[in-house]
Design a protein around this ligand. Structure first.
Ligand code: ZN
Length: 246
């Protein structure tokens, strides 16, 4: 099995898990950079996220065009991925989704999405909001979004959705889960009373003690295992997605 085959299974698995967790819906997409190249894997525009399989994925260039031999087209918002991959060499995996509750933080005057749960320390540098709610359907619109994201690890798109970026697919899955958990927690806390976000001292302490790689692996084992058990992921992906235990 090639590295590309493994990444194809990982993109499909992350997409299916995010659908099962109600983070990814009927629109949105996950991509991964093919290591050492200026190409990436992304699903076709018309393919249901809920039925995505490794062989469906397209190889795309940084022009947003498919290099695969079939006639399937990339999503219209492929330029989210091309322009962030171009601007951010540290980013190897990107998720764009439209999580309704998280999007509400762009809809109410004065609402601000900020880290309130411990794992949200990932976004302590800030969660910028992109003011243009348009579909990111051109390189220029993608460049504008990449500029809004800047050096941060997530951005909101006003009245539209979210972008989360990470160094690999297991870390991306973990980040998407924690990003939406944090938004949900903040929403609920704001109903209960005055919100008490993490202080800089608390964020420092948590970050210094946090092992990002092992945490991402823990969530990967949990969500992949859960999804294999429930049938969300085909059983024969087990040996590809989970390391063999001795
Ligand atoms: Zn979108």
């Amino acid at each position: 099995m090639t590295q590309e085959d493994i990444l194809r299974h990982q993109v499909a698995a992350v997409s299916l898990i995010l659908v099962a967790e109600n983070i990814l819906g009927y629109s949105g997409h996950v991509s991964v950079r093919l290591p050492g190249t200026d190409r990436f894997l992304i699903q076709p525009v018309d393919q249901s996220r809920a039925g995505l399989r490794p062989e469906h994925l397209l190889v795309c260039g940084m022009d947003g065009k498919s290099q695969s031999s079939n006639r399937a087209r990339p999503p219209s918002e492929v330029f989210i991925h091309t322009e962030i991959f171009r601007e951010r060499p540290d980013v190897n995996a990107i998720a764009h989704f439209h999580h309704d509750l998280t999007t509400t933080f762009t809809l109410a005057e004065g609402a601000k999405l900020q880290p309130i749960k411990n794992h949200a320390v990932r976004w302590e540098s800030g969660i910028p909001t992109h003011g243009d709610p348009s579909h990111v359907s051109s390189p220029e619109l993608g460049q504008s979004l990449a500029k809004t994201l800047g050096p941060h690890h997530a951005a909101l798109i006003r009245a539209h959705g979210q972008v989360v970026v990470a160094e690999n697919l297991p870390a991306l899955l973990s980040d998407c889960v924690h990003f939406t958990e944090n938004a949900t927690a903040l929403y609920h806390a704001s109903i209960l009373g005055k919100v008490m976000p993490l202080t800089p001292t608390e964020m420092d302490a948590f970050r210094d003690d946090f092992k990002r790689d092992s945490h991402a692996t823990k969530l990967w084992l949990y969500f992949v295992g859960k999804s294999l058990s429930s049938g969300v992921l085909p059983a024969d992906w087990n040996g590809i997605l989970l390391p063999a235990s001795d």
